[in-house]
Design a protein around this ligand. Structure first.
Ligand code: UDX
Length: 456
């Protein structure tokens, strides 16, 4: 099928590349012509396993191409994916100006029948808003046009985006038009049936992917409620971890014991310094805003946000417990990205933590396996180290902020010798406490108290 994907951010690029891989002719559009020429040359601006190879393959086969001509792309396509950003305004309400602009362009360029599909996470009711804007902007010279709107939210996780796009846990299609639903099922057939080249011999291949057919409002709701629930799960477990710490219990044992109850489950229960990234903070705030706007205030969601905002400061408290006064101390921070296997630093706890240490007068050295430039919001007083050992030389304290594999297998004997103070704060509970204590480190995790931490 002829598909156009508007916006080549995380969601748009992965969607475009994966749709081309399963046999569609995909035209990806971006108004940033520098980005377009980079992508035409096969260069991916995000760090995502497998994406660059698939991009190169499909550029070469001609299934995938890039353009900054939105109007031509719309005219040539049967299905138009809207994948532009919806960043939060200061109030928490998402900024829909990019979506509105695209809807106006679609209106002007409509010809024939098209499906307009929204993949960006958008406020509940946006499908109707897009329809209205398109109708207001249609060009009377373009005769015989018709369109349907579909809400088809994306659930991909950064760092696993290609896997999530090919092997999703569900596909949600929200539309009032049976014709549009049938076309969408046809587009996604290879993924629903798990019948495409890339899936063969892939360990993530599923039997079949469930499809949820619903109206557009419920579809938009599924996305928000899923993210809000996942964020709630983490804030809940972090709150429990904080109490465990006071009582000397070990959160690792507690979550293991809880997770054996099939109604609770073991996943997404990793206590730590809280969630960040491009989705959870934005989506939880947006849902809370909508709830308030519609006269049904979301008390739980507001508490989830509040717990998360406080959680990153646990590290500062722990540093004070170890070091007393922070002024003039050297602190080595491991990890900048909001989670491992991505170069995304949006709403990353690292930035809040590092800036606070600098404000308290510490010298802060930072190392991240993939981020080498100063991310937006990071105090330029932080020193970027070229490797973890450089970050920790003469340091009074190590703070692990992001659980990159590289940090778990560091040479801790060597670190013990080069650091000035043998102190480790493990913000993600991933290091081997017993081993570190044997080497002579003072170790502090998040809520790991005194239990075995092995669940046995
Ligand atoms: C999330 C959703 O998982 C995905 O479905 C949606 O499409 C976009 O938002 P992502 O932001 O890429 O994906 O990251 P995810 O792996 O879900 O982690 C989100 C945050 O939660 C990270 O900051 C991570 O460190 C934190 N987290 C996750 C925990 O603190 N504990 C956990 O157990 C899991």
């Amino acid at each position: 099928m002829k598909v156009c994907v508007i916006g080549t951010g995380y969601v748009g690029l992965v969607t475009g590349v994966c749709l081309s891989e399963i046999g569609n002719r995909v035209l990806c559009v971006d108004n940033d012509d520098r980005k377009v020429s980079q992508l035409r040359g096969g260069k991916v601006h995000i760090y995502e396993e497998g994406l660059e190879e698939l991009l190169a393959k499909n550029l070469e086969s001609g299934n995938l191409s890039f353009t900054d001509d939105i109007s031509a792309a719309i005219r040539e396509s049967e299905i138009i994916f809207i994948c532009v950003g919806t960043p939060p305004l200061p109030s928490g309400k998402p900024d829909l100006s990019a979506i509105d602009e695209v809807a106006r362009e679609i209106g002007k360029s409509l010809n024939g029948y098209k499906i307009i599909l929204n993949k960006s996470t958008v406020p509940i009711g946006t499908a109707k808003r897009i329809k209205k804007i398109i109708n207001e902007n249609t060009n009377p010279e373009n005769e015989g046009f018709d369109f349907d709107i579909v809400s088809n939210p994306e659930f991909l996780k950064e760092g696993e985006a290609v896997k999530d796009a090919f092997f999703p846990e569900r596909i949600v299609i929200g539309s009032g038009s049976q014709k549009a639903i049938d076309i969408m099922k046809k587009l996604y057939r290879p993924i629903i049936e798990q019948d495409f080249e890339y899936a063969k011999n892939n360990s993530h291949r599923k039997e079949k992917v469930p499809v949820v057919i619903t109206d557009s409002v419920s579809s938009e709701f599924i996305k928000y409620a899923s993210n809000a629930f996942l964020a709630t799960k983490i804030s809940f477990i972090n709150e429990i971890a904080n109490v465990c710490e006071r009582l000397g219990a070990n959160i690792l044992d507690v979550t293991y014991g809880m997770g054996l109850d099939a109604r609770i489950g073991p996943r997404f229960m990793q206590a730590g310094i809280g969630w960040g990234g491009s989705c959870f903070p934005k989506d939880v705030r947006a849902l809370s805003y909508t709830a308030e706007e519609y006269g049904s205030p979301a008390g739980i969601l507001n508490a989830v946000i509040q717990v998360n905002n406080q959680q990153r400061f646990k590290v500062i408290q722990k540093a004070m417990d170890f070091l007393g006064i922070i002024d003039d101390k050297i602190i080595g921070v491991l990890g900048l990205s909001f989670k491992p296997n991505t170069n995304d630093t949006r709403e990353a706890p690292s930035i809040t933590i590092i800036n606070k240490f600098l404000e308290l007068g510490a010298e802060v050295r930072v190392y991240d396996p993939v981020i080498k430039d100063y991310p937006e919001g990071l105090d330029p007083g932080a020193i970027m180290a070229v490797d973890p050992y450089g970050a920790l030389e003469r340091a009074d304290l190590m703070v692990l902020v992001t659980e990159w594999d590289e940090f778990i297998s560091l040479d801790f004997e060597r670190l013990k010798n080069i650091m000035s103070g043998p102190n480790i704060i493990d913000g993600r509970n991933v290091l081997d406490r017993e081993k570190l204590q044997e080497i002579g480190f003072n170790y502090s995790g998040i809520g790991t108290g005194t239990g075995t931490g092995t669940g046995s």
